[in-house]
Design a protein around this ligand. Structure first.
Ligand code: ATP
Length: 331
């Protein structure tokens, strides 16, 4: 690759806490390597529409701690078409962009692969609260989202305990249960339902509540990933099966917001730094990933083929924390 003088940076797909920290790191690393950095707004749609902003070290000041993304994000239907992608390439050429740092989830990386096939080098930075990207142990935003959900559920538990109620809380995760399972373990849920584990309603929900009640509990917390079922339906089924009237909470987009925590700020900063280093050292078309605590580069095509499975031993840990089981072992 020729010496890079100008790159673009964009955020795409669902937003996640820490995206701004990654943008800041990309811009400041670029500047310190004598590379100009242009911010592309609204993801790939911004490349199609020439929607851009000049960025420098000062303009990314004070965004490290801010949730959301100053570049805005979007899901671009136009970029899914060949015509749209060709327009995006024209914008890159017009702006003199020799590379793009694309911050987002696996859809964003599929888009990155298409762009790289049209001759624009791309480096991807994984940012999604789902933590479901196969090539990396960690994705920016996951830890903050877990903490947001935990804070909400802890508050719910206070009132559930006072009124001796059952609560069903739906957390994000259409295809992956990382958020639900981590949060479920951290809040001591009675049951956790994830898309990766086929739900046996009687065994996984009804019997757990009954076991817990027999052990003396008077309030119950069920955590469900949206991909494993709707909290409303599960609440109705609990009512029909055991006569309880669960309270339903759908946490929704609140999980995507908020100031990124230490892990997300630090990871985003390191990933942004290494994304630009790759370009500065003549590499591209890779995803910046974490593996065993280190940052690695993985070719985009290979990265997209990698799968990450929910560690089902975590599910066993969650099950082992049931009050009834603890009591049985003590007897
Ligand atoms: P999240 O997991 O947080 O939703 P994501 O990056 O997976 O983030 P998507 O909406 O799946 O979010 O993808 C973001 C954008 O990437 C899409 O709106 C589209 O513009 C582009 N994109 C996704 N898949 C492709 C593809 N196969 N070809 C071209 N572009 C794609």
């Amino acid at each position: 690759m020729e010496k890079i003088k100008r790159i673009g940076v964009l955020t795409s797909g669902g937003d996640s806490p820490g995206m701004n920290a990654a943008v800041r790191a990309v811009v400041r690393t670029a500047v310190s390597n004598d590379i100009e950095c242009i911010g592309i707004r609204r993801g790939y749609q911004g490349l199609i529409n020439s929607d851009f902003v000049n960025l420098n070290s000062i303009s990314v000041g004070h965004i490290l701690s801010r949730g959301g993304t100053i570049l805005y994000t979007a899901r671009s239907e136009d970029f899914m078409t060949e015509k749209g992608r060709k327009k995006a390439v024209t914008t890159c050429k017009m702006l003199g962009l020799q590379g793009i740092v694309a911050i987002g989830g696996d859809g964003t990386f599929r888009g990155a692969l298409e762009l790289s096939r049209l001759g624009i080098p791309v480096v991807g930075v994984p940012a999604t609260i789902d933590n479901d990207i196969g090539c990396t142990n960690y994705t920016i935003g996951f830890d903050t989202a877990c903490n947001t959900a935990i804070e909400c559920i802890d508050k719910l538990r206070d009132t559930m305990q006072s009124h001796e109620r059952c609560s069903v809380v739906e957390v994000m995760g259409r295809n992956a249960g990382f958020l639900a399972l981590y949060v479920g373990i951290a809040v001591g849920a009675t049951a956790v339902l994830v898309p990766e584990h086929p739900v046996d309603f009687q065994k996984d929900v009804v019997e757990r509540i009954q076991d817990s009640r027999l052990a003396g509990n008077t309030h119950f917390m069920i955590v469900v990933a949206e991909g494993a079922g709707s909290a409303l339906d599960i609440g109705k089924k609990i009512h029909d099966s055991i006569g309880m009237e669960p309270r339903i909470t759908v946490l929704g987009h609140i999980q995507r917001g908020g100031s990124p925590n230490a892990r997300d700020r630090e990871t985003a900063t390191r990933m942004g730094y290494y994304a630009v280093r790759a370009f500065a050292e003549g590499r591209g078309n890779c995803i910046i990933a974490t593996q065993e605590g280190s940052i690695v580069e993985i070719p985009i095509e290979e990265a997209l083929q990698r799968k990450k499975h929910l560690q089902m031993e975590r599910y066993e840990v969650m099950e082992a924390m049931q009050v009834s089981r603890i009591r049985h072992t003590e007897e």
